[in-house]
Design a protein around this ligand. Structure first.
Ligand SMILES: [Zn+2]
Length: 299
């Protein structure tokens, strides 16, 4: 069963008193990228902790207080925050962050989305990815697009610092492109390997590096596994010769470790967001950690 973390806290990246723009980000990676672009010109509060399943977050009074004081709210989009963010935005009564305003930023507007062909039936059956796969941040190309969207919007709401935001984006882009070459080289030998995932949360990463996904512990995103489903997954895993079962750290471990044991491969626990492990201090160090761990685990 999925475990919903009851404890929610706000992570504050900076409270520098001279910063003029108050940013609220839903997810740690969004807060981290915003901080890279805005540096001391912005304060960033993050609503969701790294160890929480972002599909099942509860709106808390502390989140509404943060939204009340926000100049801009930045979110992942693709319905990932559908269960709590509309309530927070409405309850904040903050005119700046209402839908359609400059202070309401959907970071997915320019990204390339995979797994889009869904129907209303999928949604009514409980599929939490009914608008396409929302976990696009493990694609560095998409994060670059999201970073550009963030820098343009910060320039728009804080015009006096637009040159600053533009130059910070250029620095971010240069650093990320250098790291992308390194990650691509690291991952190249894994092309053609096969894995089982718990949830469709690492698909952008697998797609970039040509790693096949044979199946999922969840029969559909957000739906817990049945014994029958796990049995067929074990058979598929043996038949296809999977190298490992990859599990994001906030999922239960019983079903994936059972499947991995039966197939005779390792179960790898991976962070999916910034601060998911102490080494993942920002987006680049998160990707460094994940690519190293996957490389080691699939060797
Ligand atoms: Zn998901």
């Amino acid at each position: 069963m999925r475990f919903i973390y009851a404890l929610l806290m706000l992570s504050i990246f900076s409270t520098a008193s001279f910063a003029e723009v108050n940013v609220v980000a839903t997810l740690p990676w969004i807060g981290s990228v915003a901080k890279e672009i805005g540096k001391e010109k912005i304060n960033v509060a993050v609503l969701v902790k790294s160890g929480q399943d972002p599909h099942f977050v509860e709106a808390k009074p502390s989140m509404i207080v943060a939204a009340k004081n926000a100049d801009i709210i930045m979110y992942n989009g693709l319905e990932l925050e559908i269960g709590y963010l509309p309530l927070i935005i409405t309850s904040s009564r903050n005119p700046k962050i209402q839908p359609g305003q400059k202070g309401n930023l959907d970071c997915s507007i320019s990204v390339n989305v995979i797994e889009m062909a869904k129907t209303d039936l999928d949604r009514s059956m409980g599929d939490v990815h009914a608008s396409g796969n929302p976990h696009y941040h493990l694609s560095p190309d998409n994060v670059l697009k999201a970073a550009k969207t963030i820098s343009e919007r910060l320039s728009s709401i804080d015009g006096g610092n637009s040159d600053f935001y533009r130059s910070r984006f250029d620095i971010f882009e240069k650093g990320l492109r250098e790291k992308m070459k390194e990650w691509d080289e690291r991952m190249a030998p894994l092309k053609g390997k096969k894995v089982i995932l718990y949830h469709r949360d690492m698909n952008y990463l697998m797609e970039r590096y040509g790693i096949g996904v044979v199946g999922y512990i969840e029969p559909k995103p957000g739906i817990p596994p049945t014994p029958k489903h796990l049995q067929s997954l074990i058979e598929a895993g043996k038949r296809e010769g999977v190298s490992a079962v990859l599990v994001n750290t906030y999922f239960e471990r019983r079903s994936p470790s059972f499947v991995a044991d039966k197939i005779g491969v390792k179960m790898l626990m991976l962070p999916i967001d910034v601060f998911g492990v102490p080494e993942a201090r920002d987006y680049i160090s998160l990707m460094d950690y994940v690519t190293n761990a996957v490389k080691e685990g699939l060797r």
